[in-house]
Each structure stands twice: as structure tokens, then as C-alpha cells.
Write a protein of this length. Structure first.
Length: 267
């Protein structure tokens, strides 16, 4: 499902530019003496907690706390459709993510009703551009594009969001930066493809993303026609997955600002 957010990226970017939303000023970190942190509205399987890794460095004043609470908030869905279950509000500390929660969000991202809608759109685009000529055209050809798209997104989501994070003890949630200029926040978002948090709240290499996307690309060779199972084609699918996931993180990063500016929500 992370891929489906790209369908919304252009709209969100244009809206943000027109709204000219000022960047939220940098906040200091949550300390053990801080008030209870806020939780993503309707975020499944999570609870607020003051235990966990602090976001950033330094101490946090009462003024900073009030500022954070008034900052734009993540929502359960983007544009009311696209799942946004794993995004965490800026300056929020959450308890350790359990393996059950990781598996749950991976399944939700893969089999949410919207995933079938966006898979249909993506399949239509792929068929229109003849991305895989061996699938042919017509209704039968579209069916081949469609089920391959569904398999690809479920395969990658489960590896990247559920299986490897559970085995490697990595946190599969996206922690919004929420402050700084556009370039700083965009750079942070794209870097999350290679940098993440472990279950102890420490920064670590995002093995689940890199290895998981590669594993999914390799498995896809089992159900794609032989001419699309070369090292080059598999590598292209691997790289494409990582790039799309990076762009998805950028959409998640700026969505709260756009939601507030365009729709006056998330206050």
C-alpha cells in the first residue's frame, strides 16, 4: 500500500506550494518528565507512553509541549482513502512495537479496500504503457496486470513492514520530523528508506526496507514470465520499490501540513 500514496503525491505537493505553509519551528526532545505524548488519531495497535526513545536532542519546555500539541497531526487516512496507519505525529514517543502490531499493519496496508482500487489504477496504467508486452491487451491482459500488481504490493509490504521488522527488531512506523524547512524535512523523509529505529528507539540501518524489497523482487521472479526474471529486471523492481517507498515517506511527512492548510483539519 505504500506505493498507492504516490498517486496522491502530485496533488499534495501542489496544494502545499499554494498554501505556503510555514515550517514548524524545531522542538526539543521529549524527556522522561514530559507530559504524556499524543498518539496518532485512530492509529491501530498503539498507545501513548512516556517510555521509549526521545525524538531529537535536549530538553523540552512547557511552551514546546503546547507548540507540539498544536502542530498539524497525522490522520488515519490520507485524503480520507489512503491508509496512513504507521505514521506517528512529530515529537511523539510510543511504546515498543510488538510483532503482532507489525504483522497487523502489513496486512492492513496490503489488503485494505483502497489497495484493490489503486492496484486497478496501476494495472490500467501499466497495460496502457505496455509495461509487460507478454501479458497482452484486452480483458485477459488487464487481469494479468492486476493480479501481478496485487501480488507485488502484498509481497513487499509483508517483508518490509511485518516479517523482517519482527525478526530484526526494527520499528516499522514512520516518525514525522514535523519541523525545519522544506529541504530538511524532505531530506529526512527520503533518508528513512535507509535509516530507521530499532525496538529500543535507537537509530539503525533500515535492513527491513532494503533487504525486504530485494526479497520481494526476487520472489516475484516465481510468477513473472521468464523474460522478466533476469537479474536486470529483478534489480529494477527492487530499486523501484525502494524509490517509491522513499517518495511515500515524503508524502507522509507533509500530509499533516497540507491537511491543515487545505482542509483546515488536524489542528
Amino acid at each position: 500500500m505504500k506505493r498507492t500514496l504516490i498517486c496522491s503525491a502530485i496533488f499534495l505537493a501542489v496544494t502545499l506550494a499554494r498554501a505556503q505553509v510555514p515550517a514548524v519551528s524545531a522542538s526539543a526532545a521529549v524527556t522522561r518528565s514530559s507530559p504524556e505524548a499524543t498518539v496518532l488519531p485512530e492509529d491501530p495497535g498503539t498507545r501513548s507512553s512516556t517510555v521509549g526513545a526521545a525524538v531529537g536532542l535536549g530538553s523540552r519546555s512547557d511552551t514546546d509541549t503546547l507548540h507540539s500539541e498544536s502542530a498539524p497531526q497525522q490522520t488515519k487516512r490520507i485524503l480520507g482513502i489512503v491508509p496512513n496507519f504507521r505514521s506517528v505525529n512529530a515529537d511523539t514517543t510510543l511504546p515498543r512495537q510488538s510483532s503482532k502490531e507489525k504483522i497487523k499493519t502489513g496486512l492492513e496496508d496490503s489488503f485494505d479496500y483502497s489497495s484493490f482500487i489503486f492496484a486497478g489504477m496501476q494495472a490500467a496504467i501499466s497495460q496502457g504503457t505496455k509495461a509487460y508486452p507478454a501479458f497482452h491487451q484486452g480483458a485477459a491482459g488487464y487481469g494479468r496486470y492486476y493480479w501481478h500488481t496485487i501480488a507485488d504490493q502484498a509481497d513487499e509490504n509483508l517483508w518490509v513492514e511485518s516479517l523482517l521488522p519482527s525478526v530484526l527488531h526494527e520499528d516499522s512506523r514512520y516518525y514525522t520530523l514535523g519541523h525545519g524547512g522544506f529541504l530538511k524535512r524532505a531530506g529526512y523523509a527520503f533518508s528513512r528508506a535507509v535509516i530507521t529505529r530499532n525496538d529500543n528507539g535507537n537509530t539503525t540501518f533500515n535492513s527491513a526496507e532494503i533487504v525486504g524489497a530485494g526479497a520481494a523482487a526476487g520472489i516475484s521472479s516465481a510468477y513473472y514470465p521468464n523474460q522478466y526474471c533476469t537479474w536486470t529486471k529483478t534489480g529494477q523492481r527492487w530499486l523501484t520499490s525502494v524509490v517509491l517507498d522513499s517518495a511515500t515517506f515524503a508524502v507522509k511527512e507533509f500530509w499533516p501540513d497540507i491537511n491543515r492548510a487545505a482542509f483546515h483539519r488536524g489542528k
